[in-house]
Design a protein around this ligand. Structure first.
Ligand code: NAD
Length: 271
């Protein structure tokens, strides 16, 4: 498993992880157990997903040393002014003694509390209860303000990113500022994207599935990716992407699929 270096104290993040958005609480433990057995070493959850308990149970029951599994969770929008308490609650639900990466889930500009929340995350980081801190769904504008008004540059920004929404300006901003790009809905939620003829022709050419081609494209761009599936065969298919390389023509063909098309909410207005 390939890992990338975060901008904090030599911490490494496995480049491919397992996301559990919309995995019901009573299924999360088994889904994460299968992912860990299949070789995933990075799990992405959030307080808002309502499944931290199941994630934590699977991590603890896996028999893997704690330092071998990278666990991310996120601060929900209504908790921006009580981030330290919300962090402790996540830790309790996970049943872990530390979290590897804690993210502000959405900036919620209308609420205007993300700077205050970030200062709390800085305190949690300095106390050693989290190995790295970052954000999610931040734009160039909200990231710039955060960096101007606080001390620590986010290690990562987790954003909607797939071939239909390639986020070139934001990725360049991240690169210029030492922030890793993490792609959510990396498969475009599996909807029209994976049956798009522009992609299936590449899948036929490379002899790999459309999902594998898309995940490989992310990895070669330098993105962290967290595909989700509860189907064991797909969980395996989605991690089986480290033994082939897309040539420059294939990368360019996927690059040409950009439509600037979101599946999820607009970060400027969400909540
Ligand atoms: P995704 O792009 O990972 O798509 C998941 C869906 O694609 C599955 O439900 C399944 O229907 C399909 N799929 C998965 N593997 C497939 C395969 N090999 N072949 C065919 N179809 C396949 O979308 P997602 O779940 O929205 O995003 C992944 C993760 O990103 C989430 O689980 C969550 O951890 C994170 N996320 C974060 C935010 C945020 O605001 N930070 C928002 C959404 C998701």
């Amino acid at each position: 498993m390939n890992s990338l270096l975060l901008n904090t104290d030599g911490v490494q993040i496995p480049q491919l992880g397992y996301g559990v958005f919309q995995v019901p609480a009573d299924e999360a433990e088994q889904a994460v157990a299968i992912a860990l057995q299949t070789g995933y070493r990075h799990i992405d959850t959030a307080a808002a997903y309502g499944n931290e308990e199941g994630v934590g149970r699977a991590v603890r029951a896996s028999g893997l040393p704690r330092e071998k599994v990278f666990v991310t969770t996120k601060l929900w929008n209504g908790d921006h002014d009580r981030a330290e308490a919300a962090f402790d609650e996540s830790l309790t639900r996970l049943g872990l003694d530390h979290i590897d990466l804690y993210l502000i889930h959405w900036p919620v500009p209308r609420q205007d509390k993300y700077v205050q929340a970030w200062k709390a995350l800085e305190r949690i980081y300095r106390d050693g209860r989290v190995r790295a801190i970052g954000v999610s769904n931040f734009t160039v504008a909200t990231l710039t303000r955060l960096m101007d008004e606080t001390d620590i540059t986010p290690a990562i920004n987790q954003i909607e990113l797939h071939p239909y929404l390639q986020q070139r300006e934001l990725r360049a901003f991240h690169e210029a500022n030492g922030i890793l790009t993490e792609a959510w809905s990396p498969l475009g939620q599996g909807k029209g994207l994976l049956t798009d003829p522009a992609l299936t022709v590449l899948s036929d050419k490379c002899g790999r599935t459309p999902a594998q081609i898309v995940l490989r494209w992310h990895l070669q761009l330098g993105n962290v990716v967290i595909p989700k599936s509860v189907t064991p065969a797909r969980i395996k298919e989605n991690i089986d992407v480290f033994d082939f390389i897309l040539d420059p023509e294939t990368m360019a063909a996927i690059g040409a699929m950009n439509r600037g098309q979101r599946i999820g909410p607009d970060p400027d207005t969400f909540n």
